[in-house]
Each structure stands twice: as C-alpha cells, then as structure tokens.
Write a protein that binds this ligand. Structure first.
Ligand code: FAD
Ligand code: SAM
Length: 684
C-alpha cells in the first residue's frame, strides 16, 4: 500500500514534538531481532510463542474474562516491539469469537452479554519499521495469515496515536509511538489488562518509573489484571504501592520468577478509573440497545460502520438517502492541510488522514470510488510558498507522508507543465464519499430509513433508541435548538468538464495526480474532470451559477500552462450551461469538527460557573449530559480526512472505550468547547 515502505524514517510530528527514534536492530545468526539500544533479544524463535503465552496471555485469563466481560475489553502493552504478543492475543481472540459464535450467533445479543470488541493498545518508544516487523514475524510462518494483515496496515513512523481496525474482526489496535511515561497520561481509560513488557528494569530503568505505576493506578479498575516477565523487587514494591495485589510465580524456561496480579483498590491508594479526566470527557456509559444515526453523509455512515463493527445494530435515518448532500460530490481531494504552529490541528488532521487512508484501502478497490494517485498542494502564491517552507523547516514528517517538490518534479509527477512546486502527498488522492458510504452501509447490522426528523425530543421519545448520533451537518442546529453549535454554512459549487470535449484541449491533458491550489482538480474519472470549488459565505442558493463556474475556471491558473490555456477557452464559452453541483460545507469557528457527547448546557452553566473565573479550577463533579446523545458534524472542507477518525471517537465514547486519539485531542473536538470558551470569556 505505502509506496516506499522500506524507508526507515525518523519523524517528529509537530513543532513541539521531540524526535521519534526508530529501533536499532541487529539480526543475529538465527535471524532473530536483537536490540542494540537495550542489548537484548525481542524474543527467542524456538520458544517465543510459548513464552508469550506463559508470561502474558495465560496469567491474564483472557478466555474466561472475555466470557464475563460486557462490551469492549481493553488491553495495554508497554513495548510493541515486533508485535508478537499482539498477534498471539489476536489468535486467542479469534478462538474466543469462534466459540462464542458457535454458542450464539446473534451478534447483537452477544454485544450485551460478552466482550464484543478487543481494543489492544500498545506503546512503543523505538518502533520497528514495517519491513523489520515483517522480517521478525516471518520467523513464525504459522502466524502469517495475521502478520500479513498487521503489516498491510502498519503505520508510518510518526509520533502519536495510530488506530488500526481489522475488518470483520471486532478488533482495534491502537499503536502509540511515544514513551510510556508520556503516552499513558494521554489515555482516558479504563484498562482491563496490562502486559508489562519492555526490556528488563536493570537494562531499561527509564521505563519502569513512578509515572508508569501512578498512571497504571489511574487507568485501572477493580480486578484489572497485570502480567509481567519480571519479578524485580522495585517493580513488585511499586506495583503493590500503586494498588496491585501480586503473585510471584515460576518464570518461563530458565527465568526463576515472574509476576501477575490484579488491581485492588482496597489495598492501594484510592483511585477510580477516569479520575484524571476532565468531567466533560466522561459521559455516562449507558447500556446500548439500538443506535440511531440521523444523517447518511460520510459522518453518519462512518459512525454507523464504527459501531456496527463492534457488534451494535444501527439505523441510519436520512431525509434523502445515502450521501446526497455535501457527501454527494463525485470526487473530493483527500489529504491533510497542515498549518505550521498549529500542533493540535496538524496532529488531528495527520491522524485523520492516515485513518481515512486505512479505511479506503480496506473498503474500496483503487479505481472504484477512489484513487491514491498522489496529490500536490501547490505553492502557487508567494505567501503559500513561504508558508510551506516554514512548515517543512519546522516539522520532520516522513517523506511517504509528504515532502517538498520543485516545479520540475511537480510537472513530472502531475503530467502537466506546472508553474510552481509544492508539497507532495504520495499516498493521497481523490475519493467519492458517496461510493465509500454505499460500501460501509452494506454491513449487516446497518439498516437505512428514509425520514425527515423534525423534532429530536419527539423522535427519541417515540423510538426505543438508547443512543442517537446527530450527523446532519448544518441542519443539526434545527434539531438541537437548546445546544450551542456555532456552525457556519459555506456554499460550494463544482464544475464538471467533459474529458473529450471538442471545444477545448482537455482531451490532450493527461493529469496524473490531484492538484490543489485555491481550488482543486482531480484526474478524469468516467470521462469527466471535477473542478472545485467556489467558497461562498452567507449564500444559500442551491441552483448553479455561471459566475461560480467562472470562479472555478480561474482556479485553473494555479495548475500550470495547459490549464491556464483551458481557463481562457472555458471563459470564452461563458454562455454555456456547464454541468456540476452545489453543496454546503459545515464549518466551525476553529475549523475542527465537533465530535462527542452533548452536555446539558443549562445544567453545565449552573454547576460549572466557577470556570468563568478560572478554567483550571473546574469543579471535579460529574457533568450532566443529554442522555445518549452525540454529534458528529463540522467537517468543513476536509470531511474525507476527518470523518472516519471522528466516527471511531464517537464509537469509543458510546462503548466506554479508550479513545483512538489523545484525550487532549478529544477535548479539542468536544462539541461543548465553544460553549465552555464563551463561559470562560464571560460571554455567557
Ligand atoms: C463543493 C464542496 C467541495 C468539497 N470538497 C471537499 C474536498 O475536496 N475534500 C474534502 O475532504 N471535503 C470536501 N468537502 C467537504 C465534505 O464534502 C464534507 O465535509 C462532508 O461531506 C460532510 O459530511 P457530513 O456527513 O457531515 O454532511 P452531509 O454529507 O451534508 O450529510 C448530512 C446528511 O444529513 C441529512 N439530514 C439533514 N437534516 C436531516 C434531518 N432533519 N432528518 C434526516 N436527515 C437529515 C442530509 O440529507 C444529509 O444526507 C466539500 C464540500 C463541498 C460542499
Ligand atoms: C522485549 S521488547 C517487546 C516485545 C514485544 N512485546 C513483542 O511482542 O515483540 C520491549 C520493547 O519495549 C520498548 N520500550 C523500551 N522502553 C520504552 C519506553 N520507555 N516506552 C515505550 N516503549 C519502550 C522497546 O523499544 C522494545 O520494543
């Protein structure tokens, strides 16, 4: 999938981020990976599988606990290494699912009674790259069917969260490339089982710190398990002090002892799970019976799929049908528009972009509704060129994500004579959101209904939905009069150009990548080019206008000589009715989507009035939420990049799981953020 997976890239992902250092591996004479940093082996080929089961999987009593656990089960490993523990736990999960399916094949019932989803979180400070993972795991050919799926999705070495979903497996792997002590405080919890791996405390004292133990206590709940290969006295004392009741037992092979145990609040400091979380990130976890999603655009359909993948039945309700409004565009540019100095925006959009790419690879064949033909963000003005230079100088993303190209390279890559260089995203491209939505709603747990919902309270009362997700873009406010959702509607018009038009030179243009300047154009699909898109604030006109087509033609000037000539030719045909379509973007004041639970603002105003004086002194008591109500809106001009990630976030909220993103990022996406900001500024 990735065009140059062998590149061993080291990257920092935001202006403030430290470098991510990749693993320094040496392969011994038996082909086993050996860590040069820690002077230790990752595993032993002869006994690695048995050891992993003996030390981690069996003492965690996974099969037995999965039978009893309701909803999503979260396991956290320190040190992903080669991924062997993950693959073996996955095998265990497959066995559990096969047994459960055998006993009971109604997925919805299973959701309520047993574990329906495994969330495996693994933190790795010195990640191996994709090729190294493949090489290491090739020592276990019997696991190939799973290691191939892991390596197909294994992320670029970019610091931060990478949430990987495995189709039809009810399994999420969240890889966090960071130090354990930095990553754990970014999680929202709770964790059901810990695998404490990470080289021996004597060789790796930096990992076995007080931050590790205190974070573990904050993220654990009663009977959360811990399993570790070490029985070192310091580790035992620290885990006990943090609240874990431990057993020291015989170790694997030549190792004398190891430990496992459970979190027991009675014996350690009083900790409740989530106690480090701001109250507005802690909606009540309500039993899930049936979920309704209002709106069948990309936000609604991706959310439906994220829930259905966890075994939850979902009904999508739309007044028109699947993806007919903003998500009905035939081609949209899918990439991350990154801003130097905006670490939160950039982190979220990079993560969203990588998430969308994984979803697209998983759900659509290239050429069928999308094409990862690459995308050039052109430096077509002096201001944009300076912005890009500053961005490249201040960040250090892997070249597979993006890199700077000059005019000549841009021409060679795009197939047209460019006037400028820009930023090249080799894996990006164009997407038909409608095609993706059509594919996602094929999930057997998703049902579609056509209806225009006018009154949400009435709708909720008349139906037995335990949860409702509002994904109606700009029209959400009509359903949620008593919530402050400051979205702005921005009209956009697309122009379709016939590739074989005899009146222009279009048929001679062989565009190979998506080009983005002030507007964008994608390679021709099904005989037409899609050129977009005008940007009109406070404009509600649904009919197409010639003046907007002309605006779009002017965008062609950014795309090099052939397209400049085309602009002249098209402007000369001004009397013609050009085909195209109009749509409305739904933007927010800070250009990030709104994805999360809905707080009861009146109650919040009353209970949290203290934040007007000092936000940091927020009361610690619970926030009142509108029971089971969530929104996923505000995707602006970048819905193809942000929707799948926000969908996974909403599913995590509803299922009481760890978020697929850092909790600080979840807070940046919280729909109530604007209300909270206004309170702090005393505007409310
Ligand atoms: C011209 C244009 C060009 C764009 N280009 C790009 C691009 O290149 N790249 C990119 O990433 N993004 C692009 N976007 C943005 C992208 O299309 C949106 O971010 C995305 O489609 C938003 O999806 P959504 O599901 O939130 O909203 P929508 O797709 O608008 O879906 C909302 C749905 O809610 C339904 N609905 C509303 N009210 C009700 C109700 N009361 N009852 C029942 N159903 C209801 C509607 O029928 C609709 O289907 C563009 C947008 C426009 C307009
Ligand atoms: C023995 S290996 C893990 C093996 C792995 N669980 C597997 O299944 O292959 C230990 C891992 O811990 C990682 N590690 C060491 N210190 C760390 C830290 N402070 N934060 C995160 N990861 C760390 C190492 O880079 C290494 O990959």
């Amino acid at each position: 999938m990735l065009k140059n997976p062998s590149e061993n890239i080291i990257a920092k992902n935001s202006l403030h981020a430290q470098e991510l250092r990749s693993a320094q591996i040496h392969w011994d004479s038996e082909g086993q990976p050996f860590s040069e940093d820690f002077n230790d082996v990752y595993f032993n080929t002869d006994s690695g599988i048995d050891e992993s089961r003996f030390v981690y999987i069996n003492p965690s009593r996974l099969q037995e606990r999965w039978q009893q656990h309701q909803g999503s089960f979260t396991l956290l490993e320190t040190g992903f290494g080669t991924g062997l523990n993950f693959i073996l736990t996955w095998l265990e999960w497959i066995e559990f699912q096969a047994n459960t399916d055998h006993q009971q094949d109604h997925q919805q019932q299973r959701f309520q009674e047993k574990s329906n989803h495994l969330h495996y979180i693994s933190i790795e400070k010195f990640p191996l790259n994709k090729d190294q993972i493949a090489q290491a795991l090739s020592l276990f050919p019997q696991l190939k069917h799973l290691t191939d799926q892991l390596t197909a999705q294994y992320p670029l070495l970019i610091k931060g969260f990478h949430s990987l979903q495995f189709k039809d497996e009810h399994l999420t792997l969240t890889l966090i490339f960071d130090d354990v002590s930095t990553a754990l405080p970014m999680l929202n919890g709770p964790i059901d089982a810990w695998y404490l791996d990470g080289f021996a405390p004597a060789k790796n004292p930096d990992m076995w710190t007080d931050t590790l133990y205190s974070s573990m206590a904050q993220l654990s709940k009663e009977n959360t398990s811990v399993a570790t290969f070490t029985a070192a006295g310091d580790v035992r004392r620290s885990l006990s002090a943090a609240g874990f009741k431990l057993n020291k037992v015989s170790g694997f092979g030549m190792k004398r002892e190891m430990m496992h145990g459970t979190f027991n609040q009675g014996q350690g400091p009083l900790n409740s799970p989530f106690n480090s979380l701001k109250p507005w990130l802690k909606p009540n976890i309500e039993p899930i019976e049936n979920v309704a999603i209002i709106g069948a655009g990309i936000a609604g359909c991706t959310t439906a799929y994220a829930l259905a993948r966890r075994g939850i039945a979902v009904t999508i309700i739309d007044k028109h049908g699947i993806a007919t409004e903003a998500s009905g565009n035939p081609q949209g540019a899918m990439y991350a528009k990154l801003a130097a100095g905006e670490a939160t925006h950039s982190d979220i959009y990079v993560q969203g972009y990588l998430q969308s790419l994984r979803w697209l690879h998983q759900h659509l064949d290239a050429g069928d509704g999308w094409d990862n033909c690459g995308l050039i963000q052109l430096a077509s003005t002096e201001k944009e060129a300076l912005r890009q230079q500053k961005f490249i100088a201040n960040t250090d993303y892997p070249t597979q994500l993006l890199h700077s190209i000059d005019q000549e390279q841009a021409s060679a890559i795009s197939g047209v004579t460019m006037n400028s260089g820009g930023l090249f995203f080799p894996e990006a491209g164009w997407v038909s959101p409608q095609r993706l939505c059509q594919e996602l709603v094929k999930h057997p747990l998703i049902t579609l209904e056509k209806a225009h919902i006018k009154d949400l309270i009435e709708f909720k009362a008349a139906n037995s939905y335990s949860h409702v997700v509002i994904a109606c873009a700009n029209q959400s406010q009509e359903l949620l009069n008593d919530c402050y959702l400051p979205t702005k509607s921005i009209r956009g018009q697309l122009t379709y150009l016939d590739q074989n038009s005899v009146n222009t030179q279009l048929s001679s243009i062989n565009l190979k990548t998506v080009l983005c300047g002030k507007g964008y154009i994608a390679p021709a699909h099904q005989g037409k080019f899609c050129l977009g898109a005008s940007y009109n604030i406070k404009d509600t006109e649904t009919k197409m206008r010639l003046s907007d087509h002309q605006k779009n033609f002017n965008y062609l000037d950014d795309f090099g000589e052939e397209f400049q000539q085309l602009n002249h030719q098209l402007q000369a045909q001004a009397a013609k009715n050009f085909p195209g379509r109009t749509g409305f973007r739904c933007t927010t004041p800070d250009y990030l989507p709104m994805a999360g639970p809905l707080i009861d603002e009146q109650a919040f105003d009353h209970d949290f009035t203290a934040i007007r004086k000092n936000l940091a002194r927020y009361p610690r008591h619970a926030v009142k939420f509108h029971s089971g109500m969530y929104v996923n809106i505000g995707h602006g001009s970048r819905g193809l990049t942000s929707a799948p990630l926000c969908a996974e976030l909403i599913a995590a909220y509803i299922c009481g799981e760890n978020f697929p993103i850092a909790k600080g990022h979840a807070e940046a996406l919280l729909p109530a953020r604007f209300y909270i900001r206004e309170m702090v500024r005393n505007k409310r």
